[in-house]
Design a protein around this ligand. Structure first.
Ligand code: ATP
Length: 367
């Protein structure tokens, strides 16, 4: 029942609610058949953006295109999109079969075709045995699947998901996430998925659009967004535990200095922020080799497959290192820590990424 997905193009799309600018002149292209995740903190405008694509909101400025057709004046029902919400919004008095068929019925789809599509969708989602049940007789995961089925049965060119997993418990969330990814592989339909959870975004998205305060911050593959964040916001928002950071300023010798560091950074601003991911820090136990800085261990979280070693620096802020479970360190230990400089980042005072590799002054670090 699948057909090729439709591309979605936003050109300078903005949305205001009175004084509140929910979305600021945004350009974004979702390719046909792509699974794009919109992610950002609460209030960043991601739901509004999805509703603008769906036609549930009208843009204050800009153009929305779906499948090569400009749709910002087109009714939601005529946009070839189907939306799946956080609240399942199922009709409680209708059976699963009638819930699934509802959208087709109101469109006057002939009974035979309606039945065929409902059966096909129920089969695809493993709902075949539940067709005569009412929503109250289903588990949360099954209800979510019915909500998904109600969108699928219409065979839309674009699926829009608004935090569809946030009502589910942790295990079900993972399972449903896998099901959506599998469904996407099977149908090949364009999907735009909104979440505030960056782990969910990276695990599900073919590409991820990171938003903050109504603005698009970066669009890229999960790997690009994680490894080459365009700005300090993206660097800090993506990754768990969060990226470590320290402020630097240019000293008399021209080095960017802060805490124990004096970096021969790229020429450029006099103020910068150095960031390093927890896995790009190597902690050597007592007696280990000399690293880039020394720190005292504050706390060790043993998570089975890894340890998180909390350090009292460098500088004033605590840092976290990811270490192998084999490392033997206890709170209070003095350790030396090495930085994988080629994977560190520098951001200028405006938060934008500075190109080039930071390295300790006077030290040659191979790229
Ligand atoms: P969340 O994850 O909390 O749902 P979000 O990123 O989806 O947040 P939006 O719901 O798009 O954010 O809201 C963006 C901004 O627009 C917020 O400041 C919000 O208060 C405001 N907003 C959204 N809808 C309306 C509305 N109908 N009237 C007034 N302000 C609104």
């Amino acid at each position: 029942m699948s057909r090729a997905g439709q591309g979605v193009v936003l050109r300078g799309v903005g949305k205001r609610f009175g004084d509140v600018v929910a979305v600021q002149s945004m350009n974004l292209e979702v390719r046909p058949g792509e699974l794009m995740v919109l992610v950002g903190p609460s209030g960043c405008g991601k739901s509004t953006l999805l509703r603008l694509i769906a036609g549930l909101e009208t843009p204050t400025s800009g153009e929305v295109w779906i499948g090569g057709r400009r749709v910002d004046e087109v009714e939601p029902g005529a946009r070839d999109v189907a939306m799946v919400f956080q609240s399942y919004a199922l009709y409680p008095h209708m059976t699963v079969a009638r819930n699934l068929g509802f959208g087709l019925r109101v469109r006057g789809t002939p009974a035979a075709e309606l039945e065929r599509r409902v059966a096909e969708t129920a089969g695809a989602l493993g709902l075949g045995d539940l067709l005569e049940r009412k929503p109250g007789q289903l588990s949360g995961g099954q209800r979510q699947r019915v909500a998904l089925g109600r969108a699928m049965v219409r065979d839309p060119g674009v699926f829009l998901f608004d935090e569809p997993l946030s009502n589910l418990d942790a295990e079900l969330r993972l399972r449903t996430r896998d099901e959506i990814a599998a469904l996407h592989r099977r149908l090949g339909t364009t999907m735009v998925f909104v979440t505030h959870d960056q782990v969910e975004a990276l695990s599900l998205g073919q590409r991820v659009a990171v938003m903050d305060r109504g603005r698009l911050q970066q669009v890229g593959t999960p790997d690009e967004v994680y490894r080459r964040p365009r700005n300090l916001f993206v660097a800090g928002f993506v990754g768990s535990p969060p990226i470590n950071r320290i402020g630097l300023s240019r000293d008399g010798s021209g080095a960017l200095a802060g805490g124990p560091f004096a970096l021969a950074g790229p020429s450029g601003p006099d103020q910068a922020t150095l960031t390093v991911r927890p896995e790009d820090l190597a902690v050597a136990g007592p007696g280990g080799t000399e690293g880039d800085f020394r720190a005292t261990v504050l706390r060790v979280e043993a998570l089975g497959s890894e340890q998180r070693v909390h350090l009292d620096g460098p500088g004033d802020a605590a840092w976290v290192a990811r270490a192998s479970p084999a490392l033997r360190v206890a709170p209070g230990a003095r350790v030396s820590v090495s930085i994988a400089w080629d994977r560190s980042h520098l951001f200028g005072p405006d938060g934008r990424r500075e190109e080039g590799v930071a390295r300790p002054a006077g030290q040659q670090v191979p790229r």
